[in-house]
Ligand binder design. Structure first.
Ligand code: BGC
Length: 769
């Protein structure tokens, strides 16, 4: 109440008009944001009505503009004071956030606070494993915890809006942004999407210590032709509805408050100007009530796509399609052209107000009017929280996927080795332990694999490190400029040879080698597509040379996409996929390798043998010769190297006693699927039980199997648990090309349960009219 009074006094002092709004505030018995109660919808609407009544057209258009803070402070200050901006992104210093906020609250006519947005993708200060890794945990609870910590840290510095979750289904690992999503599967993707929304937003928009989530990139971005970032996507309706859209729909159902349009052409209509996507699907079919922000400069891109005639046409088309707010680095189309479009009658004032409403409502719900400023000292305390780092380590342990463990080499015995060689260009690189979209971390806090092993093994074990090879991008990324990374100076031939020999010698002298290979963080992410999936640089030669020492070798992969590890999969006894594991990555890897944590993650994507198999995914349709499915190529198996859902443990599990509650149901009814999972090993460990379904015939061909249920469980040695999963309309219906609609059809269904997508324990049932 004290703060309210202060704001009200200032408002009164500046403009009488605004007092009307302030009176509305005072009489509304609301406590927002940090006070923690859900605001009443009607009251929020009335407050927005009152605000809109006070605003000029220019101010209304100002709320629809978002600007990057790339250091041009004077320009931004002027835009804020002039009421031309509703949101800023890339401001992360709480003092600077407070300063901008003061300009918006104190120096503008209508005193509307800014909302600060940022790419809080997998953490803010505490960096969690990259999103594809989090999906590999198959554990929505871990995902929710991670994003709620990310939200708490971001909110503490004054950021109220995360440009996440990224929900693009991706089936082509050449696409660099596959690292930012949950992989190839719509069912897993939907569960992870909802978990992230819950983590960011809490119970409702404005929950204490939570922030607004933004599902992106709506939609179809992951299907870029050739895996080339930003290239066009061509996606048939059936794939759109059955594969690409479900995670977004799940996020909407979970209450996501904003969406970001995508950059690329979707079936020849750019996503940012796509009325079908942004209006028909999002608002009409799904009843989304939040707001849509464009991706950076993507309104301007409508012109670049040769879709809009000029910037003014681009502004009108994006606006009419359903983009509420424009994110612009420059070329701000909305602030330059929307007023003229209103004057010329192309857009009405009512339409501008309708675009403003969800933005203003969000600001109210977030409590920004009552609590526009942050406490800088509190922010530093929250960012330094050791509990956050512990949560990040646990998430990294739960995300890792054990791909191979021949002869039970893992877990390693702490007392078993006296001389350990750690080799590889990523083993002691803090930045590469974090992955892309990590900017606010404290690198000193980041534990590399080498650091984690050093702590684990202590001084009594001789631990030696050498990179062996050098890796770098052929073409520089624009993120390298943000990180101010110096261009790599390629090693000379002599240096390369010497480094390789040094690595092989270390391996020869050691009694265990831990190779840490994969991709540097800038090789995966936005603008990080690849034409090959080979280990970069001379990593493969290093791998083979180290293996030739015939000493025990463990391969730890740091990467954001499946790579071509065919040779390793046949010759290296132990392979742990650690992804980019985050702030505590090295400790997590050390715990996993030495058995203080047991791997339980599973692949959220099919792992191809080689790049030529792409696209490859488990939920493909069947063919006229299904028995030959693995022999489509004459030069290589057409099966994956590792199937979707795959991952080993240090224990073993058995599935049995699969039962369906009924063998026949009517459309609309559900069946209960039950089965037992038993830990048949001697260690407590996790298994992810997976349920797959196949419809044998229908008005359209259906995939050979589709994930329709999963649960990650922890079982004590020899313990057995009965699990239940339900199958009903949400799981058994699909969008049929023939019917051009959602259908649930009378048909026979197969189900399988097990620990990956090649599960064999089978049952069947029928839907009968
Ligand atoms: C990316 C978005 C991101 C935005 C703001 C764009 O280049 O595509 O995912 O949120 O930049 O940083």
């Amino acid at each position: 109440m004290r703060k309210k009074t202060r704001i009200c006094t200032k408002a009164l002092a500046q403009k009488l008009l605004v007092c009307a709004v302030a009176v509305t505030l005072a009489i509304a018995p609301l406590t927002f944001g940090q006070t923690g109660s859900r605001p009443d919808d009607r009251v929020v609407r009335e407050r927005v009505d009152a605000l809109l009544k006070q605003m000029t057209l220019e101010e209304k258009i100002g709320q629809l503009s978002q600007l990057f803070d790339f250091g041009e402070v004077k320009k931004i200050d002027e835009a804020v004071v002039g009421g031309h901006v509703g949101s800023l992104l890339f401001v992360t210093d709480p003092a600077e956030i407070n300063r901008f906020q003061h300009l918006a609250v104190d120096k503008t006519r209508v005193h509307i606070p800014l909302i600060f947005g940022y790419d809080v993708i997998h953490g803010f200060r505490t960096i969690f494993p990259v999103p594809i890794a989090m999906a590999a945990s198959w554990d929505p609870a871990t995902v929710t915890t991670a994003q709620s910590i990310a939200a708490k840290e971001a909110r503490a510095v004054g950021i109220g809006w995360a440009f996440a979750p990224m929900l693009d289904i991706a089936r082509d690992p050449r696409w660099g942004r596959i690292v930012e999503g949950a992989g190839e599967d719509p069912y897993l993707g939907s569960a992870i999407a909802a978990a992230q929304v819950r983590g960011f937003q809490g119970d409702y928009i404005g929950s204490p210590d939570h922030i607004l989530a933004c599902m992106k990139h709506f939609a179809g971005y992951g299907a870029a032709e050739g895996g080339r970032d930003y290239d066009a996507s061509y996606i048939p309706d059936s794939q759109m509805y059955n594969v690409y859209l479900p995670p977004f729909h799940a996020a909407v159902k979970a209450g996501v408050g904003s969406a970001m349009s995508a950059y690329m052409d979707l079936n020849d209509v750019p996503a940012t100007g796509n009325h079908w996507l942004l209006h028909d699907v999002l608002r009409d079919q799904w009843n989304f009530t939040g707001f849509v922000v464009s991706d950076a400069n993507s309104v301007k891109s409508l012109e670049k796509h040769h879709y809009a005639k000029d910037l003014s046409d681009a502004a009108v088309r994006a606006f009419k399609a359903g983009v509420n707010m424009e994110m612009a680095i420059d070329f701000n189309a909305y602030s330059r052209h929307l007023a003229a479009a209103v004057q010329s009658g192309q857009i009405t004032v009512q339409e501008i107000e309708a675009a403003d409403r969800p933005i203003l409502e969000t600001k109210i719900r977030l409590g920004l009017f009552e609590h526009p400023y942050v406490d800088e000292a509190r922010a530093q305390r929250i960012l330094a929280s050791p509990e956050h780092r512990t949560a990040s380590r646990i998430a990294a342990e739960r995300s890792a996927v054990l791909l191979r463990n021949e002869g039970g080499l893992l877990p390693l015995k702490k007392s078993g080795y006296t001389n350990v060689a750690v080799i590889g260009p990523l083993a002691d690189s803090q930045l590469d332990t974090l992955g892309s979209w990590a900017f606010q971390q404290d690198l000193q806090e980041t534990v590399t694999v080498l650091g984690g092993l050093r702590d684990k093994l202590g001084p009594q074990v001789k631990l030696t490190y050498t990179p062996g090879v050098q890796i770098y991008r052929k073409f520089r990324s624009f993120f390298d400029d943000i990180f101010k990374l110096k261009p790599a100076v390629p090693w000379t031939a002599e240096k390369s040879k010497a480094e390789m020999s040094k690595a092989v010698n270390l391996a020869t002298e050691s009694d265990l080698t831990i190779l840490v290979l994969g991709e540097a963080q800038n090789m995966s992410g936005e603008a990080a597509s690849r034409e090959s999936l080979d280990l970069p640089g001379r990593e493969e030669q290093l791998l083979e040379a180290v293996a030739a020492t015939r000493k025990p070798v463990v391969l730890v992969l740091l990467n954001g996409r499946p790579l071509n590890i065919k040779w390793a999969a046949a010759h290296i006894p132990a392979i742990l996929e650690a992804w980019y594991p985050g702030t505590q990555g090295g400790n997590a890897v050390a715990n996993l390798l030495f058995g203080d944590a047991v791997p339980g993650g599973k692949l959220p994507i099919t792992w191809p043998r080689d790049v030529g198999q792409i696209p490859i995914n488990y939920a493909h349709n069947t063919t006229q010769s299904p028995e030959e499915q693995g022999k489509r190529y004459w030069d290589e198996e057409s099966t994956p190297l590792y199937p979707f859902g795959y991952g080993l443990s240090y224990s073993t599990f058995a599935f049995s006693d699969l039962k369906v509650s009924q063998t026949q149901i009517k459309p609309g009814e559900s069946i209960d699927v039950s089965f037992d999972v038993e830990n048949t090993g001697a260690l407590q460990a996790d298994e992810v039980a997976q349920l797959y379904v196949h419809q044998r015939y229908g008005s359209a061909s259906r995939p050979v199997r589709e994930l329709k249920g999963f649960e990650r469980i922890t079982l004590a040695p020899h313990a057995k648990k009965t699990l239940h999963m339900s199958l009903g309309t949400p799981e058994l219906s699909y969008w049929s090309t023939t019917k051009k609609d959602w259908v649930e059809e009378p048909a026979d269904f197969d189900i399988w349960v097990g620990g990956n997508s090649e599960a064999t324990l089978h049952a069947s049932f029928e839907i009968k009219q």
